[in-house]
Design a binder for this molecule. Structure first.
Ligand code: ADP
Ligand code: ZN
Length: 432
């Protein structure tokens, strides 16, 4: 028997769901046209009124909102409520320059927690669980939205934050942690830490699940984490602009992430032309908020590359599933004229025995690619020729996958930098 947090919403028949989306889309357009001068001008320029929005297809008449727009409207140019109705501020973990400010009303905070609760129950969490939240607390949405969602379900939350593996382990042992919320890079790092301490998670810990997101990772990495931590890994997708985590999440079938379509209207577009792509084609995910009060966003360009999966899921939820995010449109590297994504490299590395969990891609000179790869704890038998062979094997496998032959450098375990937040996988120092 499938357990739901919100049975009715999660299993709404498609026609009713589409009708609900259309009504909410119209209300959202009305809301921004009335309260956000920036949107009012853009809608007027396109000659679109809320009354023109009758079906979900009409979303195509609306203007896009970009990352740059959010930065330009910092701190409150997109606010749709009076300031005193803002209950919480988050900013996005944007790398440089002005951040993106995301405002939440009370209703927005409740909705975000409610959607997160749906996700957790979908992945099997109950009030008996102990969730160790290893994401960064603070201005980011990642930790807090999960925190509120897990509390809503009634689980006990340990707000551990990232880093300090020794303390993480202590908390896990002493409070019998059953679920982790963690980035893929830290999960792998932590698995290495447990191995180095002689801790066998299946024997010594109570872990059963891990909710993993915030950065792209491959199916191979998922399997590695599942194997090394003795957990089932559920892919978790979200972004600050859309509340944070809880936008899309895997169910017990671990096969694509259900996107909560009663709160977000999704399109997949060509990242270059912005034209909608046919169902099932991979492209950039564009999201329109359908229920946000303080800061609704129309057609937000996420830059995340994914596709909708066809067919219905056996869990009974009617909300469509997104494929694993393969990268961001702006992650794409062009090396010697070849387009490639860091995830293609990761897939090869994670499927290679003897390889550890961390790697760093450096582009330098005129188009040289060097990949430093950590060896696994037990990956070196002391025989130098084995290292040389392994290096050559990886370089050859990579050439077959990405069509560029990189220089591969094997380095000892735990020597590459580990970030507490999102992993930095690529350093581009090319002088092109
Ligand atoms: P920023 O946009 O500054 O990185 P966020 O902290 O809001 O700020 O990060 C959201 C982004 O993280 C998403 O747009 C996506 O690129 C990435 N992300 C989140 N979850 C996943 C996931 N499960 N798989 C791949 N990428 C993800
Ligand atoms: Zn499902």
């Amino acid at each position: 028997m499938t357990r739901y947090w919100d049975n009715k919403s999660e299993t709404l028949a498609r026609p009713a769901l589409t009708a609900l989306q259309a009504a909410r889309l119209q209300a959202t357009v009305d809301r921004v046209a009335t309260h956000v001068p920036w949107y009012r001008e853009r809608l007027a320029a396109l000659d679109v009124r809320a009354s023109n929005i009758r079906s979900t297809d009409d979303v195509r008449r609306l203007p896009f909102t970009t990352n740059a727009d959010l930065r330009a409207q910092y701190p409150d140019g997109l606010l749709a409520v009076p300031r005193h109705q803002v209950l919480r501020l988050h900013t996005s973990s944007g790398t440089t320059g002005k951040p993106k400010a995301i405002h939440f009303s009370r209703q927005d905070v409740d909705n975000a927690a409610g959607l997160m609760a749906r996700c957790l129950v979908m992945a099997g969490v109950t009030a008996a669980d102990v969730v160790q939240n290893m994401m960064t607390y603070g201005l980011f949405t990642g930790a807090l939205v999960m925190h509120y969602g897990a509390e809503k379900v009634g689980a006990m939350v340990i707000p551990a934050g990232p880093g300090n593996s020794e303390r993480q382990l202590l908390l896990m042992q002493d409070f019998r942690t059953t679920a982790l919320h963690v980035t893929p890079s830290y999960a792998l790092y932590f698995a290495g830490y447990l191995a180095s301490r002689g801790v066998d998670p299946r024997r010594d810990l109570a872990l059963r699940r891990a909710f993993i997101g915030a950065e792209p990772y491959t199916e191979e990495t998922r399997r590695k984490i599942e194997d090394q931590l003795g957990v089932r890994v559920f892919n978790s997708y979200g972004l600050s602009e859309m509340n944070g985590p809880g936008v899309a999440f895997e169910c017990e079938h671990q096969h694509g992430m259900h996107l909560w379509e009663d709160h977000f209207l999704a399109e997949i577009v060509d990242p270059v032309s912005g034209e909608p792509l046919p169902d099932g084609t991979s492209g950039e995910l564009v999201l329109t908020t359908l229920t946000r009060e303080a800061m609704p966003l129309l057609r937000y360009r996420t830059r995340d590359i994914t596709a909708f999966m066809p067919g219905l899921c056996a869990c009974g939820r009617t909300h469509r599933r997104l494929q694993r995010i393969t990268g961001r449109s702006d992650d794409m590297l062009i090396v010697r004229g070849v387009n490639l994504y860091p995830q293609q490299i990761e897939r090869v590395l994670m499927a290679t025995p003897g390889i550890g969990h961390n790697y760093l891609i450096t582009l330098s000179g005129l188009d040289e690619m060097t990949i430093q790869v950590e060896l696994a704890e037990a990956g070196f038998d002391g025989q130098v020729e084995h290292l040389v062979q392994l290096q050559a094997r990886i370089a050859e496998k990579l050439r077959a996958e990405i069509l560029v032959k990189p220089r591969v450098e094997l380095v000892p375990p735990a020597t590459l930098p580990v970030s507490e937040g999102k992993a930095r996988r690529v350093i581009d120092q090319r002088q092109l």
